[in-house]
Write a new protein. Structure first.
Length: 134
C-alpha cells in the first residue's frame, strides 16, 4: 500500500502528537506537574482534536468537507493552547513556572495541521484544473 496523499501523513502525525500531548505535562511548579489528563474538560478537548485529525483523513473524497474539518481542528488547537496557558497561570505563580515539552507537541501538531490544509488546497486546485481541461 502506498500513501499517495501527503496530507494523510500530516494529519496522522498531528493526531499522534496530540495523543502524546494528553499525557505529557504542560508545566511544572516545584514537584507538581500540570498534565492535560488532570483536567477532564481540557483532556476532552485534546482527545477531540486527535479524533478530528483521524476523521479528516477519511474525508478525502470530499475535499471541501475535509478542508472545513481541518480548519476547525486548527482553531481547536489554538483554543487548546490558550486554555492550557490559562489553566497553568491560574494554578501557578507566574515567577515559578517551568514549561516542559508538552506545549512543543501542541505547536508541532498545529504546524502539521496547517501543512495538511495547504496540501488539501493544492489537491483541490489540481482537481479543478483537471476538470477544466476535460
Amino acid at each position: 500500500m502506498v500513501i499517495q496523499r501527503l496530507q494523510t501523513v500530516y494529519l496522522f502525525l498531528a493526531s499522534i502528537l496530540m495523543g502524546f500531548f494528553c499525557y505529557l505535562p504542560l508545566a511544572s511548579y516545584g514537584d507538581v506537574d500540570f498534565c492535560p489528563y488532570q483536567q477532564p474538560v481540557y483532556l476532552t478537548l485534546n482527545v477531540l482534536i486527535s479524533v478530528l485529525s483521524l476523521i479528516a483523513i477519511f474525508l478525502y473524497k470530499n475535499l471541501s468537507r475535509q478542508q472545513t474539518v481541518v480548519k476547525v481542528n486548527a482553531f481547536l488547537i489554538v483554543a487548546s493552547a490558550i486554555v492550557g496557558a490559562i489553566i497553568v497561570y491560574m494554578n501557578v505563580p507566574v515567577v515559578e513556572i517551568i514549561w516542559t515539552a508538552g506545549p512543543l507537541l501542541l505547536i508541532c501538531s498545529f504546524l502539521m495541521t496547517i501543512a495538511a490544509l495547504r496540501r488539501i488546497k493544492h489537491d483541490d486546485k489540481l482537481l479543478k484544473a483537471a476538470d477544466r481541461i476535460r
